[in-house]
Design a binder for this molecule. Structure first.
Ligand code: MEV
Length: 316
């Protein structure tokens, strides 16, 4: 017998450094962001599967194109476990803002996988999670490095190189991370395709920029090991400058990074795919973090979060 109700959850993520370069084999560092979550609930209900989420309420098969990645992953999973898209419904609640580079697409896939496997009472391994969420991410993003799925599954700070097992980082820093949401959509697929175009047309010019981002990730790792927020801040600002040169920043991201620095941040950068979405800044005290956050909000940020990096990162 299938269960009558099952839930699966997943948290958001932040790319601290190395986005885009990670697609080309450079290292990157990602952090779990438990302040935002997705919960998928599967419950028994006669008839064809219904989907209830922010973008759609109705038959799963009538869902809009932007949910194609999720829907086709659900279809493939259900088929692979010998079940039919019948007699259950899917509710998805999320506090991860969609299309902001905070991992909502990978998180929805992971939460839904967890809920589906539990509903059908099938044991779910980490390998299942990695392979299914990467199938979903491939449909959504075209050419994902796998970092979003890895961080969302493992919920630990990770040093990540595409194709290698992620390495957990001991992350405790006497600093505060401020996350600012521009309110503009970040289409990771579009920015990843943009960087690919640059690399296809002028690898001699753009390859070294991606290499530099990789080196900044290595320096970030050392700053974390040495518990040196000041260095980390400078590295973040350098990375932002390179991401801007790659054309994945935009006016509002640049403005918010500048506002953060003018208000005492140790450094700042966009996070995730860019072209909209979110930025992060580092502050040395909670008081400064609040000041930066208030200034981000009065200069166009739609929302901010403050994360105390001194308590260590843990999942939920
Ligand atoms: C998106 O969170 C990070 C990117 O590097 C894409 C990827 O790694 O798949 C932009």
């Amino acid at each position: 017998m299938d269960k009558r109700t099952s839930t699966g959850t997943a948290i958001g993520k932040i790319i601290l450094i190395g986005e885009h370069a990670v697609v080309y084999g450079e290292p990157a560092i990602a952090l779990p962001f438990p302040a935002t979550k997705i919960k998928t609930t599967i419950y028994e209900r006669k008839g064809p599967v219904l989907l209830n989420c922010l973008f759609h309420q109705g038959l799963l098969t009538d869902a809009p194109k932007k949910l194609f990645g999720l829907i086709s992953t659900i279809e493939k999973i259900v088929e692979s476990i010998g079940k039919r898209l019948y007699d259950f419904s899917i509710d998805i609640e999320s506090s991860i803002p969609p299309e902001r580079g905070m991992g909502s697409s990978a998180a929805v896939a992971v939460a839904t996988l967890r809920a589906l496997y539990d509903y059908f009472q099938i044991p779910l391994t980490r390998e299942d999670l990695v392979s299914w969420s990467n199938i979903s991410e491939k449909i959504v993003h075209g050419n994902p490095s796998g970092i979003d799925a890895a961080i969302i599954i493992d919920e630990k700070p990770l040093y990540y190189i595409k194709g290698s097992p992620p390495v957990p980082l001991d992350f405790k820093l006497d600093a505060y991370l401020i996350l600012g949401d521009t309110g503009e959509a970040s289409q990771t697929k579009t920015t990843v395709a943009h960087v690919k175009r640059l690399m296809d047309t002028d690898p001699e010019k753009y390859g070294p920029l991606l290499k530099k981002l990789g080196l900044l990730t290595e320096r970030t790792k050392i700053s974390i090991e040495n518990r040196n927020p000041k260095n980390l801040g400078q590295i973040m600002s350098n990375a932002h400058h390179i991401l801007d040169q790659l054309g994945v920043s935009n006016k509002i991201l640049n403005k918010l990074v500048t506002v953060a620095i003018e208000n005492g941040a140790l450094g700042g950068k966009l996070t995730g795919g860019g072209g909209g979405g979110c930025m992060i800044a580092l502050a040395s005290s909670e008081k400064e973090a609040n000041l930066i956050s208030n200034n981000l909000l009065s200069n166009g940020a739609k929302n901010t979060w403050i994360y105390n990096m001194g308590v260590g990162f843990h999942g939920r």
